[in-house]
Design a protein around this ligand. Structure first.
Ligand code: ADE
Length: 239
């Protein structure tokens, strides 16, 4: 998989060299390239923004540098196998199933907007050429798309086959099929007693059936309390 990042702050992506993502790059599982959008400007001030048509506060990112960057990084031929991501608070919610789908694609290009956003024709153009997605990380506003692009990268790349040393840990975490759409249950390790707090007894019982039931009940309780939007997981009382 090849990942490209277009941004006026390409240094945000220096962190891709560390941790498991960096290891995936070293191992050749993924290839990641950050680009400075200003490299596709032609004026002395390397201008990427202008005032909004129709008036209003703030600045809008001009289409020209984006178009030239696309020509150089992606090419000028339509190709639906290229996925172009536009992180924006007005995008569709980015979900685990979207991450799962993107984990099997060959190319993803992240377009990180700043200021009030990117001229909408850039998105229309990308959609006419490639598979374009406007995605939001959540109902809050970040200063730009860079942090969102990093979060999406991590969510996607960890699902690329061969990334996880132990693929079993993917099966049981929140939102995955192994959790039946519920949040993950609380985790504990040794020591059994720590600062007056004990590991729940059932987890030390060695009784697999009781442990599985406790975990499922805890998942259902947490999901009911914190994320009722995820579905109805019952009263938690089982007979
Ligand atoms: N850019 C600014 N805010 C964002 C958000 N919530 N999600 C994705 N991209 C963003």
């Amino acid at each position: 998989m090849r990942l490209d990042y277009l941004s006026i702050f390409p240094a945000y992506f220096d962190v891709l060299d560390i941790s498991l993502l960096g290891k995936a790059a070293v191992n050749g599982l993924v290839e990641m390239h950050a680009h400075d959008l200003r490299d596709w400007t032609h004026d002395r001030h390397r201008t990427v923004d202008d005032t909004p048509c129709g008036g209003g506060a703030g600045m809008v990112m001009k289409p020209n540098p984006w178009g030239e960057a696309f020509d150089d990084i992606i090419g000028t031929e339509p190709d639906l196998s290229v996925h172009v991501m536009f992180p924006t608070p007005s995008g569709a919610p980015f979900t685990q199933s979207a991450a799962q789908e993107l984990s099997s694609v060959e190319r993803i290009v992240f377009c990180c907007g700043r200021y009030e956003g990117i001229d909408h024709r850039v998105i229309d153009y990308a959609r006419s050429m490639w598979t374009a997605h406007e995605v939001s990380l959540g109902d809050y506003v970040l200063n730009g798309g860079e942090v969102a692009a990093l979060a999406i990268t991590e969510a996607v790349v960890r699902l690329v086959p061969g990334f996880m040393g132990n693929p079993g840990s993917l099966a049981e975490e929140s939102f995955s099929a192994g959790q039946e759409g519920m949040l993950e249950y609380p985790l504990f390790t040794r020591p059994v007693s720590w600062r007056g707090f004990d590991v729940p007894e059932v987890l030390m019982s060695g009784h697999h059936g009781r442990i599985a039931k406790w975990r499922r009940d805890e998942s259902a309780r947490l999901t009911r309390e914190r994320r009722p939007d995820l579905g109805d997981f019952g009263s938690g009382i089982r007979h």
